[in-house]
Every structure is written in C-alpha cells, then in structure tokens.
Design a binder for this molecule. Structure first.
Ligand code: ZN
Length: 118
C-alpha cells in the first residue's frame, strides 16, 4: 500500500464509540433529546455518583457526529453495533476493535456535545 492508498483507507474507516458522559452542572435541559437507536426521550441517570447521559460518537469520511443515547440502549451489550447499523444503514454491520474510537477521543467529543455556547 503506498502512502496515498494508506491515507484513503484510513479516511474511510468508521470509528464509533459510546459511553456515559457526566453532565456539567450548567448543562442545558435535555428536553427534546431523543435516543438515536430507540427514539425514546433521553433521561439523565446516575453514573458513579454523577448525573450522566448516554452519548455515541461516530467518525467517518463525512465528519464527526455526536448523538444521544438512552440508558437502556447504552447498556445494550452489543453497543455500539446498533448505532453503526442504523447510522450506516447496514443491518449486518459489525464494529471491530479497530473501528472503535479510544476512550480519550470519545470524551473529547462527548464534552463538546454539552458544552455551552460562549
Ligand atoms: Zn434508546
């Protein structure tokens, strides 16, 4: 693989991560925030003593998207496969370890999801 092909392959990689994100104290209200997978309203839940919501981050050649998840879907053992299948419209898509984003990257994007405008 030459350098150009290598870059092209990396660009097409779909990176997905999902996890609980602690809510900042001054987070905007969650009204109207619906789970991407089941479309139910997302409610904050208690996670390690803090209020948190479920969030997924999808990175692909179109860019980076941060999407809300309800607690039930977040705890689905097959996560993040359901997101990948819906997002990419492919019902048999499996997300391997190379297709998952690191916890660090997830946190950085998840924080931007609830960051208040300055
Ligand atoms: Zn859900």
């Amino acid at each position: 693989m030459n350098r150009h092909e290598c870059r092209k392959a990396r660009k097409a990689t779909r990176m997905i991560g999902a996890g609980a994100m602690p809510l900042p104290r001054d987070a905007p209200p969650l009204d109207g925030l619906n789970c991407y997978v089941c479309e139910k309203q997302v409610c904050a839940f208690s996670c390690e003593g803090e209020l948190a919501i479920g969030v997924a981050v999808v990175m692909d050649d179109e860019g980076t998207v941060v999407i809300p998840l309800c607690e039930n879907c977040l705890r689905d053992p097959s996560m993040p496969n359901p997101i990948a299948r819906k997002y990419f419209g492919n019902p048999s898509l499996e997300i391997g370890d190379e297709d998952k984003i690191s916890a660090e990257v997830f946190r950085a994007y998840a924080e931007s999801f609830t960051a208040t405008e300055h």
